[in-house]
Design a protein around this ligand. Structure first.
Ligand code: ADP
Ligand code: MG
Length: 724
């Protein structure tokens, strides 16, 4: 076969390749959480007292005494070894979107040279990976590079099965020698505690006497693409950057809209079944899966769980997805925008807060009291998004999510809140005094019944809002598909804690000046709406008018890139927010700013180098070869007295020339390093570097439409998106 070997043989391999057979799925009850050391497992394995202590720790986060830790460690080891595990590992969540782990054997040798197994409470509780290779944002001097992991008993341990055997995985926090957070879990746990404390203040003022520990919940909807590995292996950009840096638009794209909820291709179906079985074994409640808008794009949405556990499970889900995809001959792409011009991938983070005594506080209730509490918590979210919109934008900022946010499909880069018509009216009525406190007395009346008849309407959707109320929770839609959900959850819990503290102070004042509960709540909410109601928006978030109105009339910020977004982490109000709630010290926050900006610069620079490499070593040669063919054909024709039109040859020559001229400019731009501040370096990446990459791509994509198909080196969009 002539032409480009790797691309064409990829297509052949897929067409002739053997597909993994469908296996009969195991029954859910036989596999559910079978690889998890959860409370049910512990109840069987532990003494009554040890179990009671452990259960209290899991449910309230209270510390565990060392003696019990020893007992739990022994039981955990026996259970893990019965499952074939020879190793254990503290898994932790550094300031990247990935996880990290260090494996240790259960086996030690004794003085006689015999192997015995050992796993004590102190080994369970504390690990000591050499932390120096994880990002720390100047938090650890290299001479004190030790980082510690500590067991998080509130997230269950589990067995990870790989080709190399089974390992007991112990979810852990990761901190510096001096106790600073170096990970994404510590702030999440702290933010939950801050929210719990503030919520209890408000609920106590509302007259609640029994208040259980409050927890935030998270249900994350994960979007992803699958590409056959034969294609992926011949696209260095997919392998190294997770997205295509080149590629002309396919003739058939998603404009046909025939993919969304369409039939899932059989091969993908087999993958999904296998993937979900693996998740079930790990106790991850995978619930829905379907095709997404774009061809080749899919979604999996596990049922919601306590935020800390959901965050760990989300990381695990991404790992299991990638591994399982590989087994089925796919590359799973979690990048926010793997294919230009095709819908990107997000990770909607559904979030609510509640406890076992008051229930979900973002769920409108059936009694006036419940509704007043609901309105207070909802109001707290409104205030939070208004005050800390730029922070919410910063925690979802990444080089990859920039391709999605602000583009014409994903939520816009302006943070507003969507409440739905009914709830928006309730808040507007409160603000405008149409819901008079006097009308809200003991008997049901117009005002309160308006709230009372408030029903969830899941059909009432606004898909253009980045932050939407969806009946019993908020949905943060602007989160990127490759991101950890921890950052967004920390920001949401912390802004909620801050707002609930503000509400508690106001409410206390109103109550102590003699107002009844209903009037007090209404007056606090009226003040809140006067100051923060501007952030509520129910219209089309993609429209030009909104972009103008949001900025000019509402005073909201439009923050298009990561370079513009990250500096919010250094704003006084944000530093104060994290410090006052005890979630992050100013030093910890500064270290995060440093790590995230470095990551942004690094990912753009890596992509830029790849662009240079692919353009120079693959695309230019393909164009040159084709040009040679064309010119020789023209010469041959002229030899027999026919003058061939040379427009195509000219187009190829000039596109190739323009591309290489930009490659030179980009190479030169990458040598610039003398930036006075990291902010300026980020801006340079967002501006100069990105735009040179774009113009190189423009020439290359034009070449793709000109050069003979057989000569083109890289799998094309139509092939990667449609061949399964
Ligand atoms: P959609 O695609 O319509 O947004 P899905 O059913 O795909 O909805 O996903 C909704 C997600 O929200 C699921 O993960 C679900 O478990 C989660 N969820 C439902 N109720 C809550 C809640 N109270 N708190 C947090 N997450 C929730
Ligand atoms: Mg959703």
């Amino acid at each position: 076969m002539s032409g480009n070997a790797s691309r064409l043989s990829a297509i052949n391999a897929i067409n002739n390749g053997s597909k993994k057979e469908t296996e009969m799925p195991d029954s859910l009850s036989s596999i559910w959480a079978s690889d998890v050391f959860n409370l049910a497992t512990m109840e069987e394995a532990l003494s009554k007292n040890a179990f009671k202590a452990m259960k209290k720790t899991v449910q309230t986060g209270s510390p565990l005494d060392p003696a019990t830790a020893d007992v739990v460690a022994a039981a955990m080891k026996d259970w893990a070894m019965s499952k074939g595990a020879k190793f254990f590992s503290h898994i932790f969540y550094p300031m990247t979107n990935a996880t990290a782990e260090k494996h240790d054997g259960f086996i030690v040798t004794n003085a006689d040279g015999n192997a015995i197994t050992e796993f004590t409470g102190s080994l369970l509780i504390k690990g000591e990976p050499d932390g120096s290779s994880f990002p720390n944002g100047s938090l650890r001097m290299t001479n004190a590079a030790r980082g510690y992991t500590a067991w998080d008993p509130t997230s269950p341990a589990y067995i990870m099965n790989t080709a190399n055997g089974a390992t007991l995985m112990i979810p852990s926090v990761f901190m510096s020698w001096t106790g600073e957070a170096l990970d994404k879990k510590i702030p999440l746990l702290r933010s939950n505690a801050a929210m719990d404390k503030a919520a209890k203040k408000v609920l106590t003022l509302m007259g609640e006497t029994e208040i259980a520990t409050l927890n935030s919940s998270c249900g994350a909807e994960q979007e992803y693409f699958l590409v056959d590995e034969n294609f992926a292996n011949s696209r260095p950009d997919l392998l190294l950057a997770g997205r295509t840096l080149f590629g002309a638009a396919p003739a058939k794209g998603q404009e046909f809209d025939d993919h969304y909820f369409g039939a899932i291709p059989q091969r993908v179906q087999v993958f999904m079944q296998d993937f979900e079985d693996k998740l079930f074994k790990l106790g991850i409640p995978a619930k829905t899966h379907h095709n997404e808008v774009a061809p080749g794009q899919f979604e999996i949405a596990p049922y919601f769980e306590a935020a800390n556990v959901a965050a760990d499970h989300q990381q695990l889900l991404m790992t299991v997805m990638k591994n399982t995809a590989k087994e089925h001959g796919f590359l799973a792409l979690l990048h926010e925008k793997p294919f230009a011009g095709v819908n990107g991938s997000g990770k909607h983070v559904n979030w609510s807060v509640g406890n076992s005594t008051q229930g979900n506080l973002l769920d409108p209730g059936s009694t006036p009291e419940e509704n007043l509490e609901f309105l207070l918590f909802c109001g707290a979210v409104i205030r939070g998004v208004h005050l800390f919109g730029p922070l919410l934008r910063a925690v979802i900022a990444s080089a990859s999510n920039d391709h999605r946010l602000g583009a014409n499909e994903a939520p816009p880069a302006i943070l507003s809140v969507y409440l739905g018509d009914q709830l928006e009216k309730v808040f507007k009525d409160i603000q405008e005094g149409n819901l008079q406190p006097t009308e809200c007395g003991g008997v049901m009346d117009l005002g309160l019944s308006q709230i009372l008849t408030f029903t969830r309407d899941p059909g009432d959707r606004n898909r253009t809002s980045p932050f939407a109320f969806t009946g019993n929770r908020f949905e943060f839609r602007a989160v990127g598909s490759s991101q950890s959900v921890s950052g967004p959850l920390v920001a949401m819990n912390t802004m909620l804690a801050d707002s609930l503290n503000w509400i508690a102070t106001k409410l206390e004042d109103a109550l102590s000046s003699g107002a009844d509960k209903t009037s007090a709540v209404i007056s606090v909410l009226k003040d809140l709406m006067d100051e923060h109601g501007n952030v509520i928006f129910g219209g089309d978030g993609y429209s030009e008018e909104w972009h103008k109105m949001a900025v000019e009339e509402r005073g909201l910020k439009n923050i298009p890139t990561t370079a513009d977004a990250l500096p919010a982490l250094q704003e006084e109000s944000v530093i104060a927010l994290f410090e006052s709630t005890g979630v992050l010290t100013p030093v910890e926050l500064a270290s995060r700013y440093e790590v995230y900006s470095e990551q942004y610069i690094l990912s753009i620079e890596v992509e830029a180098k790849l662009v240079i490499d692919m353009a120079t070593t693959s695309i230019y040669p393909a164009a040159a070869a084709y040009l040679a063919e064309l010119t020789s054909t023209i010469a041959t024709a002229s030899g027999v007295g026919v003058t061939l039109d040379n427009t195509v040859a000219q187009k190829v020559a000039s596109a190739a020339d323009a591309m290489m001229a930009d490659v030179d400019k980009l190479s030169a731009a990458l040598t610039k390093h003398d930036f006075p501040t990291v902010d300026e370096h980020m801006q340079f990446c967002a501006g100069e570097i990105r735009s040179l990459m774009d113009s190189i791509r423009e020439s290359a994509d034009l070449l793709e439409t000109l050069v003979a198909d057989k000569d083109w080196p890289f799998p094309k969009y139509s092939e990667m998106l449609f061949i399964k």
